[in-house]
Design a protein around this ligand. Structure first.
Ligand SMILES: *[C@@H]1O[C@H](CO)[C@@H](O)[C@H](O)[C@H]1NC(C)=O
Ligand SMILES: *[C@@H]1O[C@H](CO)[C@@H](O)[C@H](O)[C@H]1NC(C)=O
Ligand SMILES: *[C@@H]1O[C@H](CO)[C@@H](O)[C@H](O)[C@H]1NC(C)=O
Ligand SMILES: *[C@@H]1O[C@H](CO)[C@@H](O)[C@H](O)[C@H]1NC(C)=O
Ligand SMILES: *[C@@H]1O[C@H](CO)[C@@H](O)[C@H](O)[C@H]1NC(C)=O
Ligand SMILES: *[C@@H]1O[C@H](CO)[C@@H](O)[C@H](O)[C@H]1NC(C)=O
Ligand SMILES: *[C@@H]1O[C@H](CO)[C@@H](O)[C@H](O)[C@H]1NC(C)=O
Length: 474
């Protein structure tokens, strides 16, 4: 849940990426198509920078034995298989790649197995049209987000560099799944791309892209393998059209309209620098399963990258009243006293409580679903916060406030769960089985259930009484 997204540092990647980025911190790690979005954009910048540097280059990288260079069709589509490590572990899936370089349009559809639970898939389409980008998730109940703040969005032709002997080098003959192809390399300090092409047709595109973060950064490797190509007019134009749903937010869940608010427990991982860090407005929270999963994903990733930001030191459990007329989930990040300051939300309903299955998994992202083996993540927009003493009404789907805090139940140090009770051990065991997070959930629940270390309990470190109080007690 937001929790960690809000609290751990890898998030800072996105904003470190480009200083030109006008938006506040955006923690892209809660974003399922991380490489589809970030790596493609970064790779595009890389190719563009290489091309712009051409004027300064005098020496061709041409070798005498090289075959003729691939001139990849401007307009084509192809089924793909892809491999990526953007979730911290290798994942594979199938999809479709289409581009029309003359229209500055690129579409990447990926069916991404959510490896934590067998059979769950995130269906994600990323469409770049000149300098606008749309991400469609949710499968047969699609949701569209234009997350312009993630990056400066611009179309780049990811193949044209291979035709240019000033940019790229021949790397010999290769076999990819039994297909013979010529390999072409494009290198820069921290980035590299290879294209293996059969004649003018792409067979395999590898991108090894370094994404910077405040604590260093990490390399993301992504591979696309192409099937037979459709060319020119065989490529339907609708692939390059902005989907009609992209102009609007997903509607309030029909099954929650006209209903009284429901009471639910919500967990959040947050900093403890001041009382402001207990404010849930414009934050993401999660139910027990959703938070257990979030902490696991986060920890399993940060293990190798040590991106933990120690400003995010606490985990709190609240009882909330929320209107079940859920709206589109927004991705929220930051607190007033963290760097860069937040909170800041994107892609969600400004008033309705947002809801999704972690990673946008399943039809409609699970916004209106009652159950989920991996729990739910929720967004609590500031404009939906009920005034003190009030709760949402049955009409919350139409107007008025949509959520209220009944009580902060307990706040613990994250180190109690993660270190003292060795949380990662439970995550790893759950990961192996791919049947949800029973052990991790039990450990998180136990941390809040008692203060007895022998029962997995953690001490209540306290906090402000309610959101509006300025006294901060630790
Ligand atoms: C691409 O994949 C789809 C289904 O995933 C299939 O129906 C179609 O025939 C494939 N196209 C080619 C050219 O292989
Ligand atoms: C796209 O970029 C062009 C040129 O930089 C600019 O004029 C235009 O306003 C941009 N459009 C959008 C939607 O940002
Ligand atoms: C993926 O979602 C899109 C809508 O965004 C839908 O058209 C497509 O059929 C879905 N693909 C699969 C394999 O479910
Ligand atoms: C290149 O990577 C190193 C770490 O491997 C990093 O310190 C450096 O800042 C990176 N340079 C750029 C331009 O991203
Ligand atoms: C591209 O990446 C894939 C997956 O990591 C790897 O198997 C393949 O050898 C790479 N291709 C090249 C030319 O490095
Ligand atoms: C990523 O790709 C680079 C360049 O191809 C390679 O050197 C590196 O070993 C790869 N890393 C992983 C984790 O596959
Ligand atoms: C917050 O985290 C940053 C980055 O890790 C660190 O430099 C800073 O000292 C922290 N602030 C506090 C008050 O702990």
């Amino acid at each position: 849940m937001a929790i960690m997204r809000t609290h751990l540092c890898f998030s800072t990647w996105s904003l470190q990426l480009l200083l030109t980025l006008a938006s506040p911190a955006f923690r892209a790690e809660q974003y399922p198509g991380y490489e589809v979005r970030q790596v493609l954009q970064e790779a595009g910048d890389f190719v563009r920078a290489a091309q712009e540097a051409l004027g300064r280059r005098t020496e061709a990288l041409q070798s005498p034995d090289e075959p003729s260079r691939p001139s990849v069709p401007h307009r084509f589509s192809s089924n793909i298989t892809f491999m990526s490590g953007d979730l911290g572990f290798p994942s594979q899936g199938s999809g479709l790649f289409a581009q029309d370089a003359d229209q500055k349009a690129m579409r990447v559809e990926t069916m991404r197995p959510f490896d934590l639970v067998e059979g769950w898939v995130t269906n994600m389409t990323t469409l770049t049209l000149a300098n606008a980008s749309y991400d469609v998730t949710g499968g047969s109940l699609p949701v569209c987000r234009q997350l312009a703040m993630l990056r400066v969005q611009r179309f780049s032709d990811l193949f044209s560099w291979a035709a240019n002997p000033l940019l790229s080098e021949y790397g010999g003959q290769h076999q990819v799944d039994g297909r013979q192809c010529s390999l072409w390399h494009l290198h820069a300090q921290n980035q590299s791309m290879t294209l293996c092409a059969s004649g003018d047709f792409p067979v395999e595109l590898n991108m090894s892209i370094f994404l910077k973060s405040s604590t260093g950064g990490r390399k993301f490797n992504t591979t696309y393998r192409f099937g037979p190509l459709n060319l020119g007019s065989e490529v339907p134009q609708f692939l390059f059209s902005k989907p009609s749903i992209c102009g609007s937010l997903a509607p309030a869940c029909e099954n929650g309209r006209g209903l009284e608010p429901v009471q639910m427990d919500a967990y959040v991982f947050h900093p403890g620098l001041s009382a402001a860090d207990y404010n849930l407005e414009d934050q993401n929270v999660a139910d027990l399963a959703g938070d257990a999963l979030f902490i696991c994903m986060d920890r399993l990733r940060s293990q190798t990258t040590s991106f933990i930001d120690h400003n995010y030191s606490l985990i709190s459990r609240y009882t909330l009243q929320v209107s079940p007329a859920f709206g589109q989930y927004g991705l929220c990040n930051g607190y007033p006293d963290t760097q860069p300051p937040g909170p800041f939300c994107a892609g969600g309903d400004p008033r309705l409580v947002g809801k999704e299955r972690p990673g946008f998994v399943g039809d409609g992202e699970g916004r209106c679903a009652a159950t989920s083996p991996i729990g739910f993540w929720l967004g609590l927009p500031k404009a939906g916060h009920c005034p003190p003493g009030q709760s949402p009404t049955k009409d919350a789907w139409v107007g008025g406030c949509t959520w209220s805090v009944q009580k902060r139940i307990k706040t613990i140090q994250q180190t109690c769960l993660l270190k003292d009770h060795d949380y990662l051990k439970f995550c790893k065991a759950d990961f192996v089985e791919k049947r949800g997070f029973p052990r991790s959930m039990a450990a998180l629940e136990a941390a809040f259930a008692s203060e007895d270390p022998s029962k997995g309990g953690c001490k209540d470190v306290g906090g402000p009484h309610d959101q509006s109080e300025s006294t901060f007690i630790v």
